[in-house]
Design a protein around this ligand. Structure first.
Ligand code: ZN
Length: 209
């Protein structure tokens, strides 16, 4: 079963605090805009080794054996961006577990290396947003959060940057799925999400490519 990037992107957007403010007819605008921004940014770096790109951009990778639990979520990678240096911390145990539970419908699981590169590419994209291309979420139109006759408040959909980072990693590594699919696979394989609920979510967020 292959699930389209558009549908998986909408699943990601549905985690945004302001998702309910997006009019349904605008779903494809955000999904397509964000996916396209990630794919476009990847064009420049295709065939390049992600670890080399880190070196060339003065980015440090720190491998941590200890888990880092933030708000009840076990982190796999975390970026900290400063003016002169960027550090990406990688939580190896959590990443290793993520890779070992990544088999879906008889397909072989991804390797630890692929899982690592996927996370490195994702954070590299955020670095690019910060340094070079600007934040994708800010480039796409804001949604109206409050609308009164004489007063409107607008806000950006932050998760658009996540969708773009997923698309960047998929393109760079030639992955089978948009990377957030591996999160769902992990959740299903570790009994934290039922297949039934996964199927329901996919059906609810199905969007034409
Ligand atoms: Zn991210």
């Amino acid at each position: 079963m292959t699930i389209s990037d558009e549908t998986l992107a909408l699943c990601e957007l549905s985690n945004d605090l302001l998702f309910h403010k997006i009019p349904q007819e605008s779903y494809s605008y955000y999904v397509k805009g964000a996916l396209e921004a990630g794919r476009l940014a990847a064009k420049k770096y295709l065939e390049k080794d992600i670890k080399e790109l880190y070196k060339r951009n003065n980015m440090t990778i720190t491998y941590c054996e200890q888990d880092n639990i933030y708000c009840g979520v076990r982190l796999r990678a975390q970026v900290s961006m400063g003016k002169t240096e960027t550090t990406v911390s990688v939580y190896t145990k959590s990443l290793d577990e993520f890779a070992s539970f990544s088999s879906f419908e008889q397909a072989a699981p991804i390797t630890y290396e692929t899982a690592l590169d996927m996370h490195l590419c994702h954070e590299f994209f955020h670095f690019l947003e910060y340094q070079e291309i600007g934040f994708v979420s800010e480039k796409l139109e804001p949604v109206e959060t409050i609308k009164l006759p004489f007063f409107t408040r607008k806000a950006h959909i932050n998760r658009c940057s996540e969708v773009a980072a997923h698309a960047f990693a998929k393109e760079m590594l030639g992955l089978r799925h948009l990377p957030n699919m591996y999160d769902y696979i992990y959740l299903m394989n570790t009994s934290k999400m039922t297949r039934e609920n996964f199927d329901k979510m996919i059906k609810a967020f199905s969007i034409k490519g």
